[in-house]
Design a binder for this molecule. Structure first.
Ligand SMILES: C[S@@+](CC[C@H](N)C(=O)[O-])C[C@H]1O[C@@H](n2cnc3c(N)ncnc32)[C@H](O)[C@@H]1O
Length: 253
C-alpha cells in the first residue's frame, strides 16, 4: 500500500476504534493461494481478460481494505449488496474463514449475459455466458456464503433484521442516488452500534456524502489503488473509489 494511503487507513482504524490493518495486509500478501484460486476459476472464461496477477495489490485497494476490515472487526454478520463475479465476496469470505467465525449475506439481482444489466445507473457489467453470481468463489470457500437472489429493496431489510445485527454493510449494487440512499439509510437503521458502512463508487453522485452529512457521520474516502504502469492507470489508481463511515455508538437513527 502506498505511503499516503497507509496513513489514511491508519487514521481510519484509530478513529473507528479498530485494531491496525498492518498484520492483515502482510497476511494477505503471503496468501498466494487466494490469487492462484482466482486465476484457476477465470482461466477458461473469455470475459475475464486478465488471467494472471503478480500480487494481490493488483486486485485493488478496495478488496484489500475489505479483507483487513473483516479481519480487524471480526463480524458475526457481514451484509453486502452487489456480487456479480464474486471477486470482492471472495476476499470477505477468506477473511471470515481466517477469523473462524461469521457469515456473509450477499444480495444480488443478477446481470446475466443473456438478459443484460440489472443496474439502472448505466453500468453494463454482465456475468459471462451461463454463469451465476459469485461464480469465481470455489466450493471450499462457500461454507460462510449466503447468497440471496433479488433486488436489495426486497432483501436488504430482512437480511439485516433476521438475527443479531450485522457489524459491516457494503453497498456495491445499483449506484443510482435513490438506491444508494435507500441502502445506506436502511443499513444505518439496523446495523449494530459501531457498525461499519462501506460504499463503493461513492463519487458516482452525492448520495454517500449527503448521507454522511444528513446524519452527521464520520466520513473517509479512499483511492482505487490497483496496478500502475501506464499514465492512464496511474491516474485511475489515485481517483477516489470508495467511502467508509460508521454508526456512532449511542446515536438514535
Ligand atoms: C458493481 S457490480 C458488483 C461487483 C462486486 N461487488 C465486486 O466488486 O466484485 C453490481 C452488481 O449488483 C447487481 N445489482 C444491480 N442492481 C441491483 C439491485 N437493485 N439490488 C441488488 N443487486 C443489484 C448487478 O447485477 C451486479 O451484479
Amino acid at each position: 500500500m502506498r505511503q499516503f494511503t497507509l496513513s489514511q487507513v491508519q487514521r481510519f482504524t484509530e478513529l473507528a476504534g479498530l485494531p491496525s490493518f498492518q498484520e492483515y495486509v502482510l497476511e494477505l500478501e503471503q496468501d498466494t493461494q487466494l490469487v492462484r484460486d482466482v486465476e484457476a476459476m477465470v482461466a477458461d472464461v473469455d470475459h475475464f481478460r486478465t488471467k494472471h496477477w503478480d500480487s494481490v495489490h493488483e486486485l485493488g485497494l478496495y478488496r484489500i481494505f475489505l479483507y483487513c476490515l473483516t479481519r480487524s472487526r471480526r463480524p458475526g454478520l457481514f451484509v453486502e449488496t452487489g456480487v456479480l463475479h464474486g471477486l470482492t465476496s471472495l476476499f470477505i469470505l477468506e477473511a471470515l474463514e481466517r477469523n473462524g467465525q461469521g457469515r456473509l449475506v450477499s444480495i444480488d439481482a443478477p446481470s446475466y449475459f443473456e438478459t443484460g444489466p440489472a443496474n439502472l445507473d448505466g453500468v453494463d457489467d454482465r456475468l459471462p455466458p451461463r454463469k451465476e453470481p459469485g461464480w469465481v468463489i470455489g466450493p471450499h470457500r462457500r461454507q460462510r456464503f449466503d447468497l440471496r437472489i433479488g433486488l436489495s429493496s426486497e432483501h436488504l431489510e430482512p437480511a439485516l433484521c433476521e438475527g443479531p445485527p450485522a457489524e459491516i454493510f457494503l453497498h456495491d449494487s445499483d449506484h443510482t442516488p435513490q438506491n444508494m440512499k435507500f441502502e445506506l439509510e436502511t443499513a444505518l437503521r439496523f446495523l449494530a452500534p459501531g457498525g461499519i458502512i462501506v460504499c463503493d463508487n461513492c463519487i458516482n453522485n452525492t448520495a454517500f456524502f449527503d448521507f454522511c452529512s444528513a446524519f452527521q457521520l464520520p466520513m473517509f474516502v479512499f483511492p482505487a489503488g490497483g496496478p500502475g504502469g501506464t499514465a492512464k492507470r496511474e491516474r485511475e489508481r489515485n481517483l477516489v473509489r470508495f467511502g467508509v463511515t460508521w454508526k456512532p455508538v449511542g446515536g438514535e437513527f
